[in-house]
Ligand binder design. Structure first.
Ligand SMILES: [Zn+2]
Length: 295
């Protein structure tokens, strides 16, 4: 038997939800500095990560989710392409491994417009739509904010380039083809309901998929580094547009997930990104889903 394996098999994990097939797809991960956190001393973030046997500096995993139901294929977020470095941008190969042709995707639902979620929509060099038959579904505040010239002019150089300019590059070809559909809240597709969780970005949204009595919430960036923000929900991030609202939305989402006993899919939960939450003595914890042979 060989012991020389140096890479994993594909970053693809399937799970049933009623008669729907939900697939966690890895785009990779990116290691960040400790300066991304707000509201917590650096020693404390280091202690939590060490306690949980996590790498230091903190790692942000990046996932997208496919939902296949009613003979339709939906993708929730679409990875980062080449904007997040060599340990990210793996979504296309994992989509292929999952047997999903980008041309077969009927809709891409965006939790928000940030490079790790929306940069896989368009080939930036040519303006080619990478999901040629998909409609883009996104909260109207995202379009209003990232296409607001005044807000863009006020932004620092890096966010202006990576959020405003990159976001526009990614969305414009779909707008030109009249393929962007915005919402405020409620049902966005049959069986898929959007919940606004504004704060991280102005139109940040979670999606609840309900099938045959089972429900799952894909909660976008409710947490970025789960070890830290599940233990300490008040910890916000450097890249939150409105940190106070982001913390309130996180608290609301944790409470909903525990109260309704919902399955969670998280863009920044470590792959494959599925889990449940519990609350004991006012403290939250996250339990990763167990692996199964059978889908
Ligand atoms: Zn993110």
């Amino acid at each position: 038997m060989s012991t020389s394996a140096s890479t994993q098999v594909a970053g693809v994990y399937h799970r049933r939800l009623g008669d729907a097939l939900v697939t966690g797809l890895s785009d990779g991960y990116v290691d960040m500095g400790y300066t991304i956190f707000r509201n917590i001393p650096e020693e404390e973030t280091k202690a939590i990560l060490a306690r949980d046997h996590r790498t230091s500096p903190p790692r942000i995993s990046v996932n997208a989710f496919a939902v296949r139901m009613d003979s339709r294929t939906y993708l929730i977020d679409c990875g980062s392409a080449d904007l997040m470095g060599p340990t990210c941008g793996r979504l296309p190969e994992n989509l292929a491994a999952a047997g999903i042709d980008p041309a077969s995707v009927d809709a891409v639902l965006l939790t928000h417009v940030h490079p790790d979620h929306s940069n896989g929509l368009t080939d930036a060099a040519t303006g080619t739509r990478l999901f040629p038959n998909a409609e883009i579904i996104v909260h109207e505040n995202e379009i209003n904010h990232w296409f607001n010239d005044e807000a863009m002019a006020k932004a620092a150089e890096r966010p202006r380039r990576r959020y405003f300019e990159a976001g526009r590059t990614q969305l414009k070809p779909y707008m030109a083809a009249d393929r962007v559909k915005t919402f405020r809240k409620g049902e966005v597709l049959p069986g898929v309901t959007a919940i606004p969780i504004h704060g991280h970005t102005p139109g940040h949204a979670a999606y609840v998929v309900s099938r045959g009595g089972e429900s799952m919430v894909v909660w976008g960036d409710t947490v970025h580094v789960p070890e830290i923000q599940v233990a300490r929900p008040e910890v916000t991030m450097e890249f939150d547009t409105d940190p106070e609202a982001a913390a309130a939305a996180r608290q609301m989402m944790f409470d909903m997930v525990v109260t309704d006993d919902m399955l969670v899919g998280g863009m920044h939960l470590h792959f494959p990104g599925f889990g449940h939450m519990r609350r004991e003595a006012g403290r939250y914890s996250l339990v990763a889903e167990q692996w199964a042979f059978e889908v």
